[in-house]
Design a protein around this ligand. Sequence first.
Ligand code: NAD
Length: 344
Amino acid sequence: MTQLVEFVDVANMARWIQRDGVENIISGMMKYLESDFARWERFDKIPRVASHTPFGVIELMPTSDMETYSFKYVNGHPSNPGRGFQTVTAFGLLADVDNGYPLFLAEMTLLTALRTAAVSAMVAKTLARPDSTHMALIGAGSQSEFQALGFRAALGIEKLSVYDVDPAATEKFCRNLEPLGFSIHVATTVDEAVADADIITTCTADKAQNTVLKDSQVRPGVHINAVGGDCPGKTELESSILDRSTVFVEFPPQTRIEGEIQQKDPDFPVVEFWQVLTGGQPGRTSPDEITLFDSVGFAISDFSALRYVRDATAGTDLQTFVDLIAEPEDPKDLFSLIKVGVPV
Ligand code: NAD
């Protein structure tokens, strides 16, 4: 009997998000993330495997908790939107560690936007000042609406300022979010966007060491959610911001290669966020402290996101099935699947 692999394609991922709502999903996913981050030490962890070219990067992100294995395939091509393609696309898989068989396959372009927002929101819920009401977003591309909805789900943020070098992107951002009840100020400079913000999210795409946010623009007490610097040679923050901040990361060996801290020495001090969740390290220690989440996206978050979507769609028509495992009746007779001599 052939074992079929459960599958959520793009259309069904979109239907699921429409059915349950972005904010509900991000809240539900945060619970899965928190429970997986709390057992961080049980996971097999390596920095993701990256293949760099002048066009962008293609990465594989594996992990395992010794019962379930997962990987995500993801690309990052900042010049893609100019050619009519997405900057980031992804798909991923869960497999059974016991026999190595794949179990669940999903599109992960939408799912990555949800999981990135859920991770950012989980971290900000712990680190941002509890009286935060206003977030500035620098970069209004594909991830931006998900980030905004994640922060509303986790922290109740409804007041946004947005800045993007592309006015069409900010227009799209307002068109998508204003009907959902956000109050949005479209800023013409970064200075204007961040002036009164309690939280600053940087979410731009450019394969360059940019200064999207300057040190002089960062006030005491701010939480910075730095999402766009996630690849060697691709950063967003002026390096001196890191010196004034407490820097929180996912998996240090990967963040030192890919995150904002690639600008610093290999022993630059960072706090692993999972240790804040489990009480081993303090989070924010004063209202004036600048907390900085140097987000790059780690495999355990994708593991949690895949687990969540699998459970949330189980037994519904949001899942279809893919015949991905060649499984002859006699496990030693793979050749039997080819009906030699029988016309096809
Ligand atoms: P996108 O291309 O859809 O949007 C990026 C936006 O940034 C564009 O609208 C662009 O005009 C704007 N921009 C570029 N340079 C700017 C600047 N100097 N100032 C202001 N705006 C600027 O990309 P996306 O899918 O939204 O992804 C955004 C970034 O987040 C990418 O760099 C991507 O690699 C990264 N990302 C990180 C994670 C993570 O886990 N940390 C996950 C997904 C994506």
